[in-house]
Structures are given as C-alpha cells and as structure tokens.
Write a protein of this length. Sequence first.
Length: 396
Amino acid sequence: MLWLLAVGCFLNVGGLSFLWPLNSIYIHEELGKPLTVAGLVLLLHSAGATAGYLAGGSLFDRVGARPVLLTGLLTASLVIALPGLIDSWPLYVAVMFLFGLSASFVFPAINALAAKVWPEGGRRAFNFLYVANNLGVAVGTAIGGLVAQVSFDLAFLSASLTLFLFAVFAFFKIRDPEPSVTAPAQPVAEAQAAAPETSATFERPLTPEFKIPWLPINALFIGFLILWIAYVQWQSSIAVYMQSQGTSLSAYSLLWTINGVLIFCGQPLIAWLVRVFRSPSSQMFLGTGLFLIAFLLILLSNSYSVFIAGMIVLTLGEMLLWPCIPAAVSQLSPPSRLGFLQGLIGSGGPVGRMLGPLIGGLLYDHFPFSTLVLFIIGLMLIPLICFAVYMRTART
C-alpha cells in the first residue's frame, strides 16, 4: 500500500506542478494583470488550500481515504480544466480558490493512510512519500514548462488529465486498511521514540481512546508554520534580491535543481543522521539549526557560491523536518482523529506560504536586505522553543 501511495503522490504532485510555477506568469503575461493582483489570487488559492487540508483530514476520519481522495481529485480535475476551455478572468479567480480547496483534500488523506498502513510509526513512511512528492515536482515542473511554451490552455488540460488518472488509480488500487485490534502506542515518550523505528507495535484496545494532546500538537503546528515562513523566502524575497545583484534567472533556477537532486541523492546521509539523532525532537532541533545556518551564510556574503552552500544546508534541514513533523503528529493522534490532525499540521504549509511572501515583501521594500535576513534568523527561535515544548509534553 505504501508503494501505491507513493505512485499516487507522484501523479498528484506531478499534476499540480504543471501549474504552480506558472501561475504568476500566466496571470501577468496572458491575462494582463499586475503582479500585485497575481499575488492576491495566489493568496486566495492558499486560503482555499488551508481549508482543504482541514476539511480533507476531518472527512478522512468520518468516511475513510477512498471517498476523500476521489472527491478531491475528481473535483480538482474538473475545476482546473475550466481555464483551459474558457477564457474568463472572474472564472479563473474562482477556479484558483476551488482548485486549492479540492486539491488539498488529498494530502492529509494520504498522510493519515500512510500512518495506518505503517503501524510501527516513525518517519520512514513519511520520508518515502516525501521523496515521491519531490520526484513529482521535478518531473511535473519540467514537463509543465515545455507544455506551457506550446499553450497555457494545454497546461491546464494536462494537469486535469493527470489528476483524473490518479483518481482512476485510487479507485482501483487504494483501499482503507482493515480495522485491527492493535494500534500504535499512546503518545510515545521521547525515550520510546529514540528506539529503532522497526520495533514491534504496542497492543492497545482501539477503545476507549486517549484525548488529543493539544499542547505538543499546537507546538508542532506553530513550529511548522514558522519554518514555512522562513523557507518560502527562498522562493520570494531572496529570489528578487539575487536578481537585483545580477544573478540570472537560470542561475537562480539551478538552486532548485540542486535542491531536487540532493533530496534524492542525499537519502543515505539523512538515514545516517536519523540513526544518530534517533528521537523526533533531536531531528527537529538539527533541522531548525540547519535552516538557521542557511540564513547566516547569506547574511555574511552575497556571492553566488554562498547561495549554493545556503541551499544545500537548507535542503538538508528540509529533508529532516518535513517528514519528521507529520510522523510526530501521527504518534500523538488518537486513531479516530488521525486524518483531522494530519490536516491541521499540513495546513501550516499553505498558511506559511501565505504569510511568508507578505512578511518578506514588506521587510524587503522598507529595509535593507540584511534586516530581512536578521528577522528570519530571530524568527528561528520560535520553532526551537516549540520543539522544546513538544519534547517535554509528548512524554506525558
């Protein structure tokens, strides 16, 4: 089932990646709208995605994975085909919100299903899906750029077809696991979490369930959101700064090529780090520290080689953090609320992508670039505090 979910992740994110790098260009060049308007439309899209994460996770707990996946995928496929068939600005604005809402149903359902079919817990299942997602991004952005050169309408229709193919795949291949008399243990203590992730499952009756431990989960949510605010600066304010310093667009794009290559080739290094830093909290501290180092590097120098080094360090931090946080939430989740809590933690991503460009843009426009970087460095204290709270409270 985990392999099937990985194939689904590849199709889903590949289809989405036909569009997300091209939206601003489409709005500005094809529809003739200013970049400020493009930013507002993307903000609306992220708002829909936030609602979609929460709704998809809650529905997973009520009806299971397949209905949620099929509802989200078929709706998203239908909605995103409309701009490819009808040229209308008001329609496109509505489509972007509805597409963000429906396409985001899929992510918490996949994460929650992965947690159910990998009962040993830990980050392995989430890391597997994370790599599949990034493979989808790499292939989707490459093909999407080529298709958009022919026609933007064709790019919308291609994304629609890819999502429809995933819906057909989900209908025939993906099944909810049968209920079991055993389940992962109650919120795992840091000492237990430090044990090898291949350890046996702990027997526990499915009822009565423990209550949601809101304090460590909220701490993880806030830390995840702040990390996304920092991460998205590399796609927004840092990209603008690099171009203002004479860096070409192709040279900037190379940074993200390095990001994608490192995610695949660096898995042995991450596996070694996970063996050394066994507990989830230690992996979170290390990943946040790497984010901090990435911003310290670009504070010290604006040479292109330093930005490459910063991207390498940032990617290593991302590889530790992005699978680790949903894995930690799955350990803290009562089985009947697994989908809701995966949707809640996942919604930190689109919220961070909404707030990050806004905060970075305001600081970039009104202060020196070094002020923006110092602000982000200071902001990294918040995830460190949040993960310390998680470490303390997850034990109980």
